[in-house]
Design a protein. Structure first.
Length: 275
């Protein structure tokens, strides 16, 4: 099996308090999703600060239509795989839909499983103001929490689709209050997804914890991208907020066709590939 030959850079271990320090000193934070050992290992070696085992796992790796069906056991299973590939990055795992909304106590129990069984360092949950009590219980109990505001995909049925959020003055004001509530409850950061750049800029300057943007402009303290979008390995239409750095989808498909042709034409394996 081919191994990367690039030497590993000496990196520091990333912690939740260190990310707050990064914001203070103006160092941008880089976040990427990963759902398995190989991807996590590459991201960690590349010096990515935070690896998010996002519940987009359900769409990207499990083939679900959206993130609603993802279970806690699936999140734990994939977080464990990611954990084995990581030395320095902070591992944040998503609490999936239905595992934290009913009560702070249930949220604590499920978040603790992501840390104890999955090996995550922190959890992410979607929501702000109405989850302040939950965030407080988790952080008081020793679980670092990242919030997620704006287009929160677990609420897709409520939103009626994946739409930009926070456009009206009332919605923007509510999001600002949510951002402040997350900080007051002890969250160490928050994802801002699909909101106007002016609003994310305002939130970023008003809170002391890092904002991590996706489709939220350049003023956030960091950016997050979904693994499959970075590498063009998801069959859907490219999203406006995603940047494909290399189109591996096409390259992999081409390579698979070559492999299939060579086997069928008895070109592979050769003596070199035989024992
Ligand atoms: O699940 C996920 O991948 C996410 C990112 C889009 C922020 O929450």
């Amino acid at each position: 099996m081919a191994q990367s030959t690039t030497p590993e850079r000496v990196q520091e271990k990333i912690t939740a308090p260190r990310l707050i320090e990064f914001k203070r000193i103006g160092r941008k934070i880089v976040v990427v999703t990963a759902y398995d050992y190989s991807a996590a290992r590459l991201a960690d070696r590349a010096g990515i600060d935070v690896i998010l085992v996002g519940d987009t796992l359900g769409i990207m790796s499990l083939g679900y239509k959206n993130t609603i069906p993802v279970t806690l056991d699936e999140m734990i299973h994939h977080t464990k795989a990611v954990k084995r590939g990581v030395k320095n990055a902070l591992i944040v795992a998503d609490l999936p839909f239905g595992t934290y909304q009913a009560s702070p106590q249930e949220a604590f129990h499920n978040a603790a499983r992501l840390l104890k069984e999955g090996g995550a360092h922190a959890v992410k949950l979607e929501g702000g103001l109405h989850l302040a009590e939950t965030v407080l219980l988790l952080t008081n109990g020793g679980i670092p929490v990242m919030g997620h505001l704006g287009l929160t995909p677990q609420s897709v049925n409520l939103f009626g689709g994946n739409k930009v959020q926070g456009r009206s003055p009332d919605a923007a004001e509510l999001m600002l209050r949510s951002a402040r509530a997350l900080e007051d409850a002890g969250a160490f950061g928050m994802v801002l997804e699909a909101i106007p750049a002016e609003l994310s800029s305002q939130i970023t300057s008003e809170v002391g914890i890092p904002t991590i943007g996706i489709g939220a402009g350049a003023e956030c303290d960091g950016q997050v991208q979904v693994w499959n979008d970075l590498f063009g390995i998801y069959p859907g239409r490219p999203l406006r907020h995603a940047k494909c750095y290399v189109n591996l989808g096409t390259i992999i498909e081409e390579a698979l066709r070559s492999y299939a042709d060579e086997v069928r034409q008895e070109v592979f394996p050769t003596e070199e590939n035989s024992h």
